[in-house]
Every structure is written in C-alpha cells, then in structure tokens.
Design a protein around this ligand. Structure first.
Ligand code: SF4
Ligand code: SF4
Length: 381
C-alpha cells in the first residue's frame, strides 16, 4: 500500500469530526513552503521566479512548526522550491512527526539519496517525488537530462531504507494518453503511489503554451482512465477527484482545504495564487473573501482543476454523500457518455496582477531587516 493505512484512518476520522462539529471551512493539508530556491528550473514552474534575496530566504524551524500548530491540519505537505536544500529540513520534519501530524516531503529527488540520513522511517512520513512522466518526458519537463534516472534511483534507495514513497506528476498539454498510461504502469511496477494533477497556468511560468484548458483536461483523463481499466493503478487520491478529472463531477474549488504558509506569510487564497498575505492563519481564514475565488468567479481560476483546490472538495463529498461514494466504488470512473455541466465563465471578475507589489514589499522588508539586524539575518539565511 503506497500510503500508510494509519493515515487513511486518521484523515477519515478528522473529516467526520469536522462534519459533526458543523465546521464549514477547515484545513485538510497545510502546504508549507519553507523556501523558494530550487536546484532545477522547470518550464512549467511558477514558484521560482523571484530575485535572489527572496530565493535566499528560509522559514526558520520555529516558524514552520508554529504554522503547523496554528493551522491544525492533520497533514503537512512540504513543497518549495526544493525543501532538501533547506539546511534544517530534518528538524522541521522531525518536529512535525513529533506532533503526530503526517508529512509529505515533496522533492525532485536530486538530493534525496545524499540526505536520507536526515530522516527516520515513520508511519507519519512519506516522500513525494516529482516525476512528470517516463524518462524522455520527465527530463524535458524539468529541462535537464538525467533527472529521471536520479529520481528513480533515489526512490529505490528510499524504499530500501524503509521509507514510504509516492510520486507526483503534473500533466501538461501535449502529453499523450498512451504515454501517461505507460508512466502509470511503470509506477505500479516500481511500487509507488501516484498523485496526478493538471498543471496550473502560473502567470510567472516560463512556458505559457502548454497548460491544459478544462475541457481538454477532462478528455485527456478519460482517455487515460480508459487505457487503465482493470490495471489497478496506485493513485493516492480520493476516487471522486479522479472522477472529477474525467469530467463526471461538477466540483467547485475549496481553496481553504490546503492553506499555504511561505516566506511571505499565509497566502490568499490558495497554493497556486498569491493574491495577498496575512500574518496569522486566523487572519487568513477571517479576512479572505473566499466567495470571490474559483472557476466562474475569478479569471485566474478559469482553467484550474488542480488537486490543491479540488481534492479537498472531493474528500468532503465522500464524507457528506457516502451513498455517492459507495455507488462510485461499484461503477468506477466513467470514461464515455455526457460530461457534468461546465461552470459558466460569463460573470468571472477580471484578473488582478499583484505579483510585482508583493516582490517589492518583500525586498523592502529584507533590506530593512538587513540594516537593523545584519547578524541575525545572516544566521537565519
Ligand atoms: S522541481 Fe519543483 S520547485 Fe523546482 S523548478 Fe521544478 S517545479 Fe519548480
Ligand atoms: S480554482 Fe481554486 S485552487 Fe484553483 S487557482 Fe482558483 S482558488 Fe486556487
């Protein structure tokens, strides 16, 4: 089993508890980005286009653990940037595990074999290795030859050392259904679970040509799932999210389900969009106009079907409508026939472009801190 059974039980119990308490908005996974620096520069990445002083910033161990405590989500995903570049990543992960909170450490795996000694196998820890496809495809997606081979070698080493490992794939336009199916076969042979999501059209990603629109996404996933009938691929998603990707569910986004904390603060409204920042999680929840985001509401959300917005919706649906989930268990993913109605874009509000303002604000803050406390800042960096 790719994901520890304990995690499934604990997450299910947590979801039921939120429902019983009548909580409308609750976090499922905290997305913790302790740094933006990366040792790759993938064409579809929207996370690394910052000036060097911002790429050099790191959240401290204390800041990371405070974010975990403030948020209270039962699981933390640590993307970045590349988290293994962070010198104190071992302490951050250990602190989260100590709290009996699950950790998914997302890595491109270039440093994984070298840094495995920083971690101890635990039912609360698993690595999520960035692997977008088979060798040629992945190396092209990450703009560097040889990365696929290194990632696969690191996956094998981590598994041999007793760690649970999944892979995560971002799917872009031009990736054929047959090739994706071949990749999923390969992951099954490798013995790892797969998290899969269509790429979000980051406004700062160097390659803007290959992001999938919603209709194309659904058609592509239908073809992929049709090729997978009877193969029992190891997805680590709730089934209703996969059914959504195949165009059979009319889900609306749940941006508060995976709140994001990074060097700027708590990010409004989601992992993909940095429209504003708050100092505390409470402030994020209370001051974000949640109803103004999502497909049909905001131009930047028009084509989004990413897991960080829709996996929490699917998880909520599984708990709120157990009969729907039960029916799905018998029927599986439908890969033909009519699709669920698409959300109208007629009344979405126009995009606001705030990236430059946030960068300017952060640069001013870095310069101010450097003048006030040069030694402290150097130590933290
Ligand atoms: S490995 Fe991840 S963070 Fe690094 S450049 Fe690629 S997509 Fe961005
Ligand atoms: S649809 Fe939801 S998850 Fe996607 S960008 Fe908009 S707010 Fe974020």
């Amino acid at each position: 089993m790719p994901v520890p059974f304990l995690k499934e039980i604990k997450l299910g119990t947590y979801l039921i508890k939120q429902k019983l308490l009548g909580n409308k908005r609750y976090p499922l996974v905290l997305m913790l980005e302790p740094l933006f620096r990366c040792n790759l520069a993938c064409a579809g990445c929207g996370k690394i286009d910052y000036p060097a002083p911002i790429l050099n910033r790191r959240m401290t161990v204390e800041e990371c653990l405070q974010a975990v405590d403030e948020c209270g989500a039962p699981m933390v995903a640590i993307p970045g940037g590349e988290p293994l570049i962070h010198k104190e990543i071992g302490e951050i992960v250990a602190g989260i595990i100590e709290r009996k909170v699950f950790v998914s450490l997302c890595t491109n795996a270039l440093l994984l074999e070298k840094k495995l000694h920083l971690f101890k196998p635990s039912p609360y820890l698993f690595f999520s290795v960035h692997l977008d496809g088979l060798k040629d495809h992945h190396d092209k997606a990450v703009c560097q030859d040889g990365v696929f081979d290194k990632a696969v070698s690191a996956i094998k080493a981590a598994r041999a050392a007793g760690f649970a490992v999944n892979v995560n794939a971002t799917i872009f336009d031009g990736h054929s259904a047959e090739d994706i199916a071949g990749y999923l076969d390969f992951c099954k042979e490798l013995g790892v679970g797969v998290s899969i999501s269509p790429g979000y059209a980051y406004e700062r990603a160097p390659d803007q040509q290959h992001f999938l629109a919603r209709k194309k996404t659904k058609e592509l996933f239908r073809k992929v799932f049709a090729l997978g009938k009877g193969k029992k691929w190891n997805f680590v998603h709730s089934p209703l999210f996969l059914d959504f990707l195949a165009g059979n569910q009319e889900h609306h986004c749940t941006p508060w389900g995976m709140p994001t904390r990074n060097i700027f603060g708590w990010q409004k409204p989601c992992y993909l969009l940095g429209e504003g920042y708050t100092k505390t999680y409470k402030e994020l929840m209370e001051t974000t106009d949640w109803d103004s985001y999502g497909t049909g509401k905001y131009e930047k959300c028009a084509n989004c079907m990413a897991h960080c917005g829709y996996e929490p919706t699917a998880a909520d649906q599984m708990i709120s409508h157990p009969l729907k989930a039960l029916k799905f268990a018998f029927t599986g993913i439908r890969t033909d026939g009519p699709m669920a109605p698409e959300i109208s874009l007629a009344n979405q509000r126009p995009a606001e472009f705030v990236f430059a303002k946030h960068v300017e604000h952060e640069m001013e803050s870095i310069e101010k801190k450097a003048k006030e406390r040069p030694q402290t800042l150097t130590a933290a960096e």
